[in-house]
Design a protein around this ligand. Structure first.
Ligand SMILES: Cc1cc2nc3c(=O)[nH]c(=O)nc-3n(C[C@H](O)[C@H](O)[C@H](O)COP(=O)(O)OP(=O)(O)OC[C@H]3O[C@@H](n4cnc5c(N)ncnc54)[C@H](O)[C@@H]3O)c2cc1C
Length: 400
């Protein structure tokens, strides 16, 4: 009898359903169930009343995620499609999809590693050197390095062509970076950042931007947790004062930052569309059953609408995974996802009724958290309006 806790070894000719069964077996033997006391599927939603509590929560979240990522790596389940010289297995892309789909069913999450697992590879394969890939990719798969994104600034959010943070070449090689970034998720627990900075003049706009790999553990990087309107801490602002980037930390050539950024944002948008809320319809059905109202016609209507949205999102993602040409794929996925998350959280409050105001109840609490987080999903990774612009211009060919 095979040991389900043993690593999933490489069998290149294996079919999807056979691989799926083996992955399922491994998760059943190794992952906590959703709803069990060990469930950490929401650990990446870090939100705290004080800066100290926020830092502590962030450290807890990253250490749990590191341990889980390491287990996936040791089991041969991390980076199935990545090339062996970068820590992977050289398997077909669909095997990563299978692992992601299976993972979403259990009480686990690697979302704290989203930038490293989903955006850094796209950026380095599209624009980086072999040396950069060989240096930076394997530690991500092993759960050793976490990454964040230093893009947004107080004067540059949707309009990233307006980035003012400046990178200046220094004698002896490398770059000195000075400026201010804002809304940085996971800055306090990341070893490295993807950074966009200005190497040309302001007048050059996007042609004056360059993209860098920045080591976050240095004196020139000051991370300050940011208090939001709700009173909670969820993000950071990051002040860069003569922060150093070595010569090999530049991705592509100076002035190619906009092309790198487009690759990064496309992979981010596609990745966001696979987040935990993508399974909201299934969870709404569970909620209605728990409350005994799944026979109510109004509730059934809400459940049917959520199921249709979820199916649409699944089919779109399946088409993309199967290699079909989907115009504006990233923006469309991200927009569908943020709408699904918002409408499903609204539906949950209708189903919960007055119970939606009880914050310390174990049935309502996760939905209240989602309801409050849903507006943020409409902004992070580019706002809904920006996605609509991209779909109109790139997907439908409409004029700007
Ligand atoms: C959950 C979350 C996580 C985030 N994580 C990070 C991170 O890790 N790193 C990082 O760098 N940033 C991060 N951000 C910041 C995010 O990328 C920005 O908030 C977003 O790009 C919008 O920028 P802004 O806040 O400056 O709004 P603005 O760009 O000022 O936009 C304000 C409003 O104007 C609208 N608008 C702007 N331009 C147009 C246009 N051309 N057409 C139509 N409408 C327009 C917008 O849709 C929005 O409603 C995060 C944000 C959230 C909510």
């Amino acid at each position: 009898m095979p040991n389900p806790a043993a690593p999933v070894s490489d069998r290149p000719a294996e079919g999807r359903s056979e691989f799926q069964a083996r992955v399922h077996e491994w998760f059943a033997a190794n992952a906590p169930r959703k709803g069990s006391p060990e469930d950490f599927s929401a650990v990446h939603i870090v939100s705290a009343a004080t800066a100290e509590e926020y830092r502590a929560q962030e450290q807890h979240a990253i250490s749990v995620t590191r341990a889980w990522q390491r287990r996936l790596f040791d089991a041969g389940l991390a980076g199935r499609s990545w090339r062996p010289e970068y820590g992977g297995h050289g398997a077909p892309d669909w095997q990563d999809e299978v692992v992601i789909e299976e993972q979403a069913r259990w009480g686990v999450s690697t979302k704290m590693f989203a930038v490293g697992l989903e955006m850094v590879p796209a950026v380095l394969f599209g624009h980086g050197t072999h040396e950069q890939r060989a240096t930076f990719l394997p530690p991500i798969l092993r759960g050793e390095h976490s990454w964040c994104q230093l893009l947004s600034e107080p004067g540059a959010g949707s309009d990233l062509a307006n980035v003012q943070t400046r990178a200046t070449p220094v004698d002896g090689g490398g770059w000195s970076v000075t400026g201010q970034k804002v809304w940085t998720s996971n800055a306090g627990c990341s070893e490295y950042a993807l950074l966009i900075a200005r190497t040309g003049s302001r007048e050059e706009g996007r042609a004056g931007l360059s993209c860098f790999l920045l080591d976050m553990a240095q004196p020139g990087v000051d991370i300050r947790p940011l208090r939001q309107m709700s009173g909670a801490y969820h993000f950071n602002e990051v002040f860069l004062d003569d922060a150093h980037v070595p010569e090999n930390g530049l991705i592509g050539a100076p002035g190619e930052g906009w092309a790198v950024l487009r690759t990064m944002l496309a992979s981010e948008r596609a990745a966001i569309g696979g987040g935990t809320s993508a399974r909201s319809a299934t969870q709404l059905v569970g909620l209605a059953r728990t409350l005994g109202c799944d026979g109510d016609p109004v509730v059934r209507d809400l459940l049917a609408q959520a199921a249709i949205r979820e199916r649409t999102l699944d089919l779109l993602r399946a088409r993309i995974a199967a290699g079909h040409a989907v115009a504006a794929a990233g923006p469309t996925t991200k927009l569908l996802y943020s709408e699904h998350a918002r409408l499903s959280a609204d539906a949950a409050t209708t189903i919960l009724g007055m119970a939606a105001t009880v914050v310390d109840d174990e049935v309502s609490a996760p939905w209240i958290e989602r309801l409050l987080f849903a507006p943020g999903l409409r902004l992070g990774g580019g706002t809904d309006e920006i996605q609509r612009n991209a779909i109109a211009e790139r997907g439908l060919g409409l004029p700007r």
